[in-house]
Design a protein around this ligand. Structure first.
Ligand code: ADP
Ligand code: MG
Length: 319
């Protein structure tokens, strides 16, 4: 069940002398929810277009369901449903008329097209808006209609480019739940791009961090923490008050195996560690005769990864 359905092998895309995607390798497994996370201009949309065969890589190869996207884009199109950033609908037609139109284009009889349209409008939560003109739909409703439009073609894979941009927070949550449902219940492989880490973190089984055309890390959130913060994935903060013995807390703490660096803010000692040694730290503090007033373990999450890689990009030398 876990074979690769999307494989990018050493893909590069240049626009003139500018490299938008730089020697990228990426695999997506069947039925997973895969997130491409990165700031604007990172190369996410370009990568998606190459997966779909809508733009040719300068070098490297792309296959989707074992089909070469560059040489057989039409075959790929049969397997993949694609929701671009801005979905186009006929605004004068109702939601359901738009879907019936798509279904008819895909070879459904009128009867089948109408039945499917109703079914998928329901699936995406638009049952009450079937007969409203698409031009009157909100951004969130348009995205749902876009998803229905993609699903009606019964794709094995759906690829969504920034599907949640411009939707309000409640709408985002519903939309993300819908996507996860497609993967869990229907076994559809979902790949979506986003510059919003919280959304990606909420729903993705696997994610790839894009910066300037390169994937700087990929894996699940925990894998990424280890990859990016390899030698000190934990920070343990200890509040220590000194007693009469005049013990030096830093000296005592440094002796513990796994402690890499210690910084101090008044009575709080922030201890960076290569492994979780919270209990060992507590023991050493108490056994050395110091008072332990506070102890907290912090694990690096995507927030830190994001801050480190996306918001202060020039400092990023560590791997
Ligand atoms: P993202 O989707 O992550 O925001 P894109 O893939 O759209 O990033 O763009 C990556 C880079 O490639 C950007 O610097 C963008 O300006 C550039 N780019 C994208 N499409 C073209 C194009 N057709 N011609 C020239 N440059 C492009
Ligand atoms: Mg984009």
């Amino acid at each position: 069940m876990d074979h690769n359905v999307i494989e990018l092998f050493d893909i590069t895309k240049k626009y003139g002398s500018f490299t938008a995607v730089d020697h990228l390798n990426l695999t997506v497994k069947k039925s997973e929810v895969f997130g491409l996370l990165g700031p604007n201009g990172a190369g996410k949309s370009t990568t998606i277009l190459m997966m779909l065969g809508l733009t040719e890589p300068t070098s490297g190869s792309v296959s989707v369901c074992g089909i070469n996207s560059t040489t057989n884009p039409i075959e790929v199109k049969r397997k993949v449903g694609y929701l671009p950033e801005d979905v186009g609908f006929y605004n004068d037609l109702t939601g359901i008329e738009n879907l019936v139109y798509t279904a008819r284009l895909n070879g459904f009889s009128r009867n089948e097209a109408e039945k499917s349209a109703v079914k998928f409008m329901k699936r995406v939560g638009l049952s009450d808006d079937i007969n409203k003109k698409a031009g009157k739909y909100s951004k969130g409703m348009r995205q749902r209609l876009g998803l229905a439009d993609v699903l009606i073609k019964k794709p094995e894979i759906i690829i969504l480019d920034e599907p949640t941009s411009g939707i309000d927070p409640t709408g985002v949550r519903d939309f993300l739940n819908l996507i996860v449902g497609l993967s869990r219940q229907d076994g559809i492989t979902v790949l979506f791009s986003s510059h919003n880490l919280h959304q990606v973190q909420q729903v993705c089984d696997h994610l790839a961090l894009f910066v300037k055309g390169k994937i700087i890390a990929d894996g699940n959130v925990q894998d990424l923490s280890v990859k990016l913060f390899g030698n000190e994935p934990f920070i343990i903060s200890a509040g220590i008050s000194l007693n009469v013995n005049n013990v030096n807390p830093e000296e005592e703490l440094k002796k513990i195996e796994g402690v890499t660096t210690i910084s101090r803010e008044k009575n709080i000692f922030n201890i960076s560690c290569s492994k979780d040694i919270t209990s060992e730290i507590a023991r050493v503090i108490v056994n050395s005769g110091m008072n332990l007033n506070y102890l907290q373990r912090k694990e690096y999450g995507l927030d830190e990864i994001y801050n480190r890689y996306f918001e202060g990009e020039e400092k990023h030398e560590r791997k």
